[in-house]
Design a protein around this ligand. Sequence first.
Ligand code: SAH
Ligand code: SF4
Length: 467
Amino acid sequence: MKRITATEIATQYEYMDKVRALAGHERRYFVRTFGCQQNEADSEQIAGMCEHMGYLPAISPDDADLIIVNTCAVREHAELRALSVTGQYKKLKARKPELVICICGCMVTQDSRVSDIKRSYPYVDLLFGTGMLHRFPELLYEELTTRRRRFAVDDTDGCIAEGLPKKRESRSKAWVSVMYGCNNFCTYCVVPYVRGRERSRNPSDILDEVRGLVADGCREITLLGQNVNSYGRDLDDSCDFADLVSEIDQIDGDFIIRFMTSHPKDANRKLIDIMASSKKCARQFHLPLQSGSERVLSAMNRRYTPDEYLKLIEYMREVMPNIAISSDIIVGFPGESDDEFNETLELLSKIRFDMIFSFIYSPRVGTPAAKMENQIPEEIKSARMSRLLELQNQISYEKNLCEVGKVERVLLEGESRGDSNMLTGRADSNKLVHIPRDEVSERQIGEFVRVKITRAEPFALIGELEN
Ligand code: SAH
Ligand code: SF4
């Protein structure tokens, strides 16, 4: 693993200045992001670099001079959407030849996709893989000055680059990456191939970033990593993830700490105990289960059994009785039998998650599961998905009904999607809460408010401001 030196970062700042100096007129950028929170965090860096290079944000791709598509590779669906969106930019380029179209992120960190783009998307000017993000200014400068297509994918196991500019989407909520990459190689997953090996940021860099955010009024810090519980294993000092959370908890200020994602094989009692005694950790835990069948978990290379998973959940609930727990489930993993799928349903009924993110298994090129026999036909996968959703929606609804009458601390985020008379925020549990707009002053947006929950829906709570 490579730590990018301060000199290399300074060189990128020089390129940013050079790009800025090229501008003869006002220029605008547009970033389209697919995928997970890590990609959103990367896009905030891309936007930060664009603004440092003198670009202003564009409202839509139509009025941009620079478009960046930040792609995801976790499922085929995400890849197809990114390709289709990129395809739509062809006509913009025809209208405005000086437009620069870039594509980056996980999808284009795969060789086969790089050749697809080279061949079938001639209007894409610049492509860079996840390990080249910090060199975006240099690559863009080369592209702008030579107008030759530039394709840059790093073949090392990844790097850590500190000190690049960031443009945060929100003032009240922030993503803070604590580590990058993944070493787990779950057999269905492409992430270890496109994000490189696990590498941790130095605790001091993370703490400085959090202190800065809190000083700027940030109220929610979400620590990001593919497997946050292996944080620190590659560092010289003996700071593990639980220690890091404990240090962040001691920073003065009115803010809440969340983190994702934990791997059940590594999530330990030390972390759960620190959460329970902390002042700032949200009462929420995201712990992907993937399947309730011991055989399927083993074929997925998850390295825990349903029993071990259950014990972890029981311990969490013992020390934090009001904790909200969410999970990820994959249906239709190769060879998953009806009985094995039913084991997942049984476990869900037993655990009663507050919420799940469910996925139909999608074969990913280069992963062991894609080569397994007994791939499950699409119609069986979607039938299983419907059964899963039917069960979980009922559980989520019943769980939400238990919230009615309670008073919750809610971080108000802004207008509800689809109803301008309502404002939306998230409770400690990470559940969505809607409240009538006329009860709240604009000053309270981006702040914690106390809300009495009056009504529950399967995916949200409705409440009123408690004075
Ligand atoms: N590192 C995290 C999340 C990785 S991706 C973790 O281990 O939990 C987020 C979720 O996408 C995974 O938890 C899994 O449920 C789902 N996923 C990953 N690869 C997939 C695939 N090939 N098909 C369907 N779902 C997948
Ligand atoms: Fe993928 Fe497994 Fe790593 Fe999560 S832990 S990113 S699912 S390989």
